[in-house]
Design a protein around this ligand. Structure first.
Ligand code: GAR
Length: 204
């Protein structure tokens, strides 16, 4: 790994988690540099936010670059061009396949808006409300071949309150996402982080 960690962030939309990561790197809470933000959608609002923070951006449009395997290879090439040490998925709404996982094994992390292993996949907050859980939350985990499945680095819980809409619950969870994602990425760049099977050990 290079002297200061080099982070690539993948987004598909609004990019609020990307902003929380970039700000944490820029103010020294994460000992790493955000070297590129890549979107699979040209109209992702997060692209403008990344530019405003001075981070290089790139678009690999999934509608133009096809099939999926070619799209994935192009994204991997870009990340390698930028000599990325860690890939952070921040609302990247596309499953990663073999090429990607193999290229960055153990060096891809994701944030998911549920307490995994509950409610993987799309609309996690809606799934939690429909199920009637009393506690919801979010998870930062390593990415492996299975959807929302790899070893867990950090989780945070929030209450589900009577009368909550999906927007209410999503906002409460998002606040915690913005707290634990930078913490988890900082841990990745700490020498103390060790993964044994599903268990992630840290010195904190
Ligand atoms: C976040 O809530 C993130 O956890 C979720 O998408 C949102 C993106 O918001 N990701 C997933 O559901 C991935 N399975 P953001 O673009 O403002 O960070």
């Amino acid at each position: 790994m290079s002297e200061k960690g080099r982070v690539g962030i993948l987004i598909s939309g609004r990019g609020s988690n990307m902003v929380s990561l970039v700000e944490a790197m820029q103010d020294g809470r994460i000992p790493a540099v955000p070297v590129v933000v890549i979107s699979n959608k040209p109209d992702a609002a997060g692209l403008e936010r990344a530019r405003a923070l001075g981070v290089p951006v790139a678009v690999v449009d999934q509608k133009q670059v096809r099939p999926r395997s070619v799209h994935e290879t192009r994204v991997v090439e870009l990340l390698n061009d930028y000599k990325v040490d860690l890939v952070c998925l921040a609302g990247y709404m596309r499953l990663l396949k073999k090429t990607f996982i193999q290229a960055f094994r153990g060096r891809i992390v994701n944030i998911h808006p549920s307490l995994l292993p509950s409610f993987p996949g799309l609309d996690a907050q809606g799934q939690a409300l429909a199920y009637g859980v009393k506690t919801a939350g979010c998870t930062v985990h390593f990415v492996d071949e299975k959807c929302d499945h790899g070893p867990i680095i950090r989780q945070a819980a929030v209450p589900v309150l009577p009368g909550d809409t999906e927007d209410d619950l999503s906002a409460r969870i998002l606040k915690q996402e913005h707290r634990i994602y930078p913490e988890a990425v900082a841990l990745f760049f700490n020498p103390g982080l060790r993964v044994e099977g599903r268990a992630v050990h840290t010195l904190d």
